[in-house]
Design a binder for this molecule. Structure first.
Ligand SMILES: [Zn+2]
Length: 155
C-alpha cells in the first residue's frame, strides 16, 4: 500500500514536470498554432495578405519575390534579403489596423532592410502610429502565449 502511494505520487510529479516543460517550450514558440488550426486558416490569411500588399504597394511601389503564409513560432512576418515575404497565419485574427501594420512593416523592409529611423519613417507614410501598433502587437503575442500555455495545461 505504502509503495503504491509512493509510486503514484512519483508518477504525478513526473507528469507535472513534463507538462511544465511543455508549457515553457510552447511559451518560447508562443505564436505557433496547431497544424489543424494553421491548415484551417492559412488560405484566409493568404488572401488577406495579398489584398493588403497590393493596396499598400499603390503607395510604396516596391517589388517582392514570393509571399508565403506559415505557422511561424515567434514572428508575425519576415522579409528575406532576396525579397521574399513570410507572414504568420495568425495575422487573420488580428484587428485590422494591426494586420495593416504587419504587412506594411514587411513591405518596407524591401526598401530598408533594418529598423532605422528611415525605416520607421517609411512605415509612417501609411501607418499613422507604427510604434503604438508595435506595442499592441506585442501585447497580442503575450495574450496568445498565455492562451497556448493554458491549453497545454488542460491537456
Ligand atoms: Zn522588422
Amino acid at each position: 500500500m505504502g509503495a503504491w502511494l509512493f509510486k503514484t505520487r512519483t508518477r504525478k510529479q513526473i507528469m507535472r514536470r513534463v507538462v511544465r516543460r511543455k508549457v515553457v517550450r510552447r511559451r518560447v514558440g508562443a505564436l505557433g498554432g496547431s497544424r489543424k488550426d494553421y491548415l484551417l486558416h492559412k488560405e484566409t490569411a493568404r488572401v488577406l495578405v495579398h489584398k493588403k500588399l497590393t493596396y499598400f504597394n499603390q503607395h510604396y511601389k516596391l517589388a517582392w519575390g514570393s509571399v508565403a503564409v506559415r505557422n511561424q513560432k515567434s514572428r508575425w512576418g519576415s522579409c528575406s534579403k532576396a525579397g521574399n515575404l513570410n507572414f504568420n497565419y495568425r495575422i487573420a485574427f488580428l484587428p485590422v489596423h494591426l494586420q495593416d501594420y504587419v504587412v506594411v512593416h514587411e513591405l518596407c523592409h524591401l526598401k530598408e532592410f533594418n529598423h532605422s529611423n528611415k525605416f520607421w519613417q517609411l512605415v509612417a507614410e501609411t501607418i499613422s502610429t507604427p510604434h503604438l501598433c508595435k506595442k499592441e502587437l506585442h501585447e497580442h503575442s503575450k495574450m496568445i502565449a498565455k492562451r497556448v500555455a493554458l491549453s497545454v495545461i488542460r491537456l
